[in-house]
Design a protein around this ligand. Sequence first.
Ligand SMILES: Nc1ncnc2c1ncn2[C@@H]1O[C@H](COP(=O)(O)OP(=O)(O)OP(=O)(O)O)[C@@H](O)[C@H]1O
Ligand code: SF4
Ligand SMILES: [Mg+2]
Length: 355
Amino acid sequence: MRHYSSDPATGAEQTQNRTAATNPEIANPPALLEVRNLSMSFGLGQSGLLAIDKVSFAVKPGEILGLVGESGSGKSITLRSVLGLTRRYGRVNGEILWKNRDLNKLNNRDLQKIRGREIAMIFQEPMSSLNPLLSVGLQITENLRAHTGLGRAERRKKAIKLLDLVGIPSAAARLGDYPHQFSGGMRQRVMIAIALASEPELLLADEPTTALDVTIQQQILDLILALSREMGMSVIMVTHDLGVAAQTCDRIAVMYGGRLVEVGPVRNILRNPQHPYSIGLLRSVPENVPPRSELYSLPGIPPGLGNRPSGCCFAPRCPVATARCAVEKPDLFQSGEKVSLACFNPQNLLSGTPQ
Ligand SMILES: Nc1ncnc2c1ncn2[C@@H]1O[C@H](COP(=O)(O)OP(=O)(O)OP(=O)(O)O)[C@@H](O)[C@H]1O
Ligand code: SF4
Ligand SMILES: [Mg+2]
């Protein structure tokens, strides 16, 4: 788990990598990215299917925010919507504030200048995101050509350096190789090298370690952490693995049914979650149960986009739902100093878990 100190003035968690903590401007930086009431629905008009619903969060410089939740909860759509990659599928509403500009108001041409340069993304599927017909060297140098002023020889040198940085052995010799000549873990590293080519200020990492074996997973997480520290890069890390979130993130945002249900510092969310869904997620983690005992699994399945309940989306699975939950949607509110919560009936893991 990362180490923290908190800023009593703002309640904001300060990451270990922050420098010059005595300078109030640095110790209490404004958000780098602020997302306000972001909604995305597939299709247009009344029949549109709402994938994410009024999602709001902020990421500070150098901060690693984990976005966790079950499959289909809207994690990837949230990241893709930040970069304007869901526009063609439907409607995106809300504000995506980046350096005093609302990305949601930018046209595709202006957005293109920010995408891949200031904000880069590692996509969930490395193989389909790499071009199988181009060598990895070309894919990296093309990115450098698009986003930096480097000349040809410098681009080559930097591509080697990047492959080296992400741990590809004999980097110079592998520049001419194609994606299929790399293993799954190596391709994931190549994706990271491409994403990092422009030295982004914010990295959107969508399940960057899924489907990798544990050793490689650890190496890639360590790499992202080291880069965040060295380059002061902020990261939004999508994962369904709370262990990964605990190890890498400063704060965690828990997502369910297209909405954020609990957001706060990693230690608050993992040690004392208050939302019944967060509590259920935590109880499902194998490390949290005694050896040889049955693993807990949340009853039921998340609703599909077409049949989300009109009240709280978690109500059909929630052990402490009340009549109000069936008809009203809870909005996020400040619960305590640093945690935001969307629930009418918050629980306390320490004083009793809902069964
Ligand atoms: N192109 C699409 N058209 C219609 N629905 C879509 C489309 N892409 C995603 N969805 C739906 O939007 C919802 C959110 O999908 P999303 O990919 O964001 O989930 P996720 O949280 O990233 O899940 P996973 O952990 O499986 O990657 C899901 O119900 C999904 O089926
Ligand atoms: S609002 Fe109601 S149904 Fe939703 S999580 Fe809270 S208690 Fe459960
Ligand atoms: Mg996803």
